[in-house]
Write a protein that binds this ligand. Sequence first.
Ligand code: PXG
Length: 294
Amino acid sequence: MIIYLNGEFVPKERAVVSVFDHGLLYGDGIFEGIRAYHGRVFKLGEHLDRLYEGAKALCLEIPCSKDEMQEIVLETLRRNNLKDAYIRLVVTRGPGDLGLDPRKCPKAFVFCITASIVLYPDEMYENGMAVISVSTRRNIPTACSPRVKSLNYLNNIYAKMEANLAGMPEAIILNNEGYVAEASGDNIFLVKKGVLITPPSSAGLLEGVTRNTVMNIAREKGITVVEKLFTMFDVYTADEVFLTGTAAEIIPCINVDGRIIADGKPGEMTRELTATYRDLTRVNGPLIYPGGSS
Ligand code: PXG
């Protein structure tokens, strides 16, 4: 496995980060989880836009342009001979001293890992999954914005731990007002009377690339899409519930906090959106091997 590490391509064993890196010392940094399908990097532009917006919010100067970053991702995939992959792109504040002041870190540190993709079991997509809501509240946007995909994921990890302790695969997280925000690493959607509903960004959530893609697919199909606040009552009584994320794509939820959703089977709209989403992964995004080689 070859890793891109701050200007070099190195074997996994040599891909190490300083103990003085503020990404490690303070969670000061940002990342993206991206996926490549059939020799293309799906929605790469959208992921890079989110990365650079996060950097802007944190006054973190990424030491290369978006075009150069795109090439770093594509070249890392080429060096690993991958066509289908999970990509982890990380920008840390870089090495500094033991004080938290980011000005002590002269240069951001960039790395890119490309790994073969671990697919979730088909069974989960066929039959849906059971999830629970947890007591951990989503970070308050005025304190630590969930819109920044930062290296500080403790909020999400607390939620995931609660799900783990309850023996459940995923957690639904509410915001500090008690409205549904998202899952620990996925966004949430409901279908009610043919309308597709998801919490607005202002609920305090990461604006998922998959979330945006699904909303666009739905609109193109003529489905009404509404971003509005809702509570767990709306989840329990929805016709369909599903989660969206780069790794999981679209996963149906058929049981939430012990309430069976509708007839307990993945719904029609969830199936239809999933089929179109998968079609899109074949045609969207820059080619890794433009000449058609490999
Ligand atoms: N919300 C949160 C909090 C996330 O971290 C999403 C939503 C979905 O966003 P995208 O852009 O992927 O549609 C995410 C991203 C993992 C893993 O290993 C997944 C994410 C983050 C970190 C790790 O499954 N999901």
